[in-house]
Design a protein around this ligand. Sequence first.
Ligand SMILES: Cc1cc2nc3c(=O)[nH]c(=O)nc-3n(C[C@H](O)[C@H](O)[C@H](O)COP(=O)(O)OP(=O)(O)OC[C@H]3O[C@@H](n4cnc5c(N)ncnc54)[C@H](O)[C@@H]3O)c2cc1C
Length: 362
Amino acid sequence: MQRHLLLVGGGHAHVEVLRQFAAKPLPGWRLTLLTREAMSPYSGMLPGVIAGLYREEQALIDVRALAARAGAEAVIDRATGIDLVAKRVHRAGGESRPFDLLSLDTGATPDTARVPGAAQHALPLKPIDALLPRLRATLDAAPARIGVVGAGAAGVEVALALRARLPASSVTLVAGVAGVLAGFPDKARARVAAALAARHVEIHQGEDVAEVVAEGLVFPRGAPLALDAVLWATGAAAPAWLAETGLERDRAGFLRIDERLRCIGRTDIFAAGDCTSFDPQPLPKAGVYAVRQGPVLAGNLRAAAEGRALRPYRPQEDWLVLLSLGDRRAIGTRNGIVMGGRAAWWLKDWIDRRFMARYQGP
Ligand SMILES: Cc1cc2nc3c(=O)[nH]c(=O)nc-3n(C[C@H](O)[C@H](O)[C@H](O)COP(=O)(O)OP(=O)(O)OC[C@H]3O[C@@H](n4cnc5c(N)ncnc54)[C@H](O)[C@@H]3O)c2cc1C
């Protein structure tokens, strides 16, 4: 009898799983991808899309086509729950799907719940697939005053991309108490601060946003900041539907996984990427981890299907961070070394295009 391997979410780890199953099928198993959108955005190129350096389709992976190459059925729908006893995944628009083996790579959601008004008045960067159509409208309207709340890597890149795309608009990066690029090496922070100043991106810091209103941002003590558009680039939150699954979660609601990428207490359910919390050590919510988990996940799903031993995922200790400055320049940092300029952009562009080519081609 055929057994079912069900992949939920077309995230960065699952595209690699599909690629590997396309190269080497899994006999005796029926493969299904259940994902919200047929086109999965690659976040590394999103700032380049905003800046106008890439067309939108260059930053999108056609997961339906990728699934077809892997011999998988693609179901374009939203998972809403899991029945752990019947071993079925519920979805919004149709009949639930069975699984013998299940893997979840559904990403995170924006952290808008903590600040009143953010969900109503701000445009969250995550999920990116929901962002793109709304972003198009914002860029076309070319608002005079734009604010980007959250000054981690994504917020910095998006602020600089907006600056490049909308030269007549004022762009303010709202960095809060943490400041710009908290946790990055001082040398990289100084270099990025200089790049922001040179491009006339205003910085607002020292206070976190208390409320988002139709007219802009309100702070606990300081003067409000009048804005015509607000982008929300603060940390990631766990998708609400995971709470209903009965799977083990951490305090923030992310799925707890072991070093072999299995959900805690399960041998038949795996998970990867931003929707997870890696039990052996805390990991940042960053695409590089989902990408590196991809090959281990693919191997472990195959091993689990064939009853073989699984291998552990060992997170990289440091990685090259390349921040796009929006104008074909970038700043890169790894192991405390900082590089910048056109060469850094060239490297970023080359890495991103190479990544996309793995999943876009026949
Ligand atoms: C502007 C920006 C720039 C960034 N740049 C970088 C960078 O340069 N480097 C880096 O490491 N990280 C970067 N990140 C972070 C990165 O985007 C995430 O860490 C990464 O996307 C996580 O990958 P994932 O596979 O967990 O999930 P995602 O890439 O979020 O994919 C989730 C998938 O699941 C699908 N899905 C979601 N919910 C459901 C559901 N209920 N049912 C079915 N399908 C569902 C979605 O449609 C999507 O296909 C950036 C983020 C942003 C916003």
